[in-house]
Ligand binder design. Structure first.
Ligand code: GRF
Length: 202
């Protein structure tokens, strides 16, 4: 049994999809959900699956975690014997101490084909640039923003989209599928990393 912490800040559709697909597949995992946003829509989604939800208390404004929030998060992860941390729309930059502690055990999904359109509002960046293809990327988290080794990518045709919202809606169902494929591989067989190359273990 692997213990997974899913961190989210907003709607939590990726989180809900990961939990629901794991349940359908009878994957040998147990989830906890963690959010920095006490008003996040995703809280109800996690609770609907009886997944315990923890709200990081007193988050200051800004993207970096403060020292005490960082301690709270690490204690929570350690206390729940977490094997993997899954970022699913978590809008904060992880503190280096958490990244070091969970080195190559934190994954993130980004709604663009990295290294293009890093950072916030990737779908809007892609739309405004006028690319015809975009997609989504699952990667390990390192100290940079969306710079860690790439685990998997899915290209999505966005040439028909007339605004950033349509780009988001075109990519999101692919995120749900791709993220679950990666989670399944991660908890069943794992990946090895050679330099920046992430190779699924058979
Ligand atoms: C997704 O587009 C994900 O790629 C990005 O944040 C968004 C979260 O959406 N990191 P949701 O909360 O999973 O619906």
């Amino acid at each position: 049994m692997k213990h997974i912490a899913v961190l989210f800040s907003g709607t939590g559709t990726n989180m809900a999809s990961l939990i629901s697909r794991s349940v359908d597949d009878d994957l040998d995992v147990r989830f906890i959900a963690i959010t920095d946003n006490p008003h996040a829509e995703g809280i109800a989604k996690a609770e609907a699956f009886n997944v315990p939800v923890y709200i990081i208390p007193g988050m200051d404004k800004g993207w970096k975690m403060s020292r005490s929030n960082d301690d709270y998060l690490l204690d929570l992860l350690r206390g729940n014997s977490i094997d993997y941390v899954v970022l699913a729309g978590y809008m904060r930059i992880m503190n280096p101490s958490v990244i070091e502690h969970y080195s190559n055990r934190i994954v993130n999904i980004h709604p663009a084909l990295l290294p293009l359109f890093r950072g916030r509002d990737a779908q809007k960046q892609a739309y405004e640039y006028g690319v015809k293809m975009s997609g989504c990327t699952v990667h390990f988290v390192d100290r940079g923003v969306d710079t860690g080794p790439i685990i998997a990518q899915r290209a999505v045709d966005i040439s028909h989209c007339s605004n950033a919202e349509e780009v988001k809606n075109a990519i999101l169902p692919h995120e749900h599928e791709l993220y679950y494929e990666v989670l399944k591989q991660l908890v069943t067989k794992g990946y090895r990393i050679e330099d920046r190359h992430v190779i699924p273990i058979d």
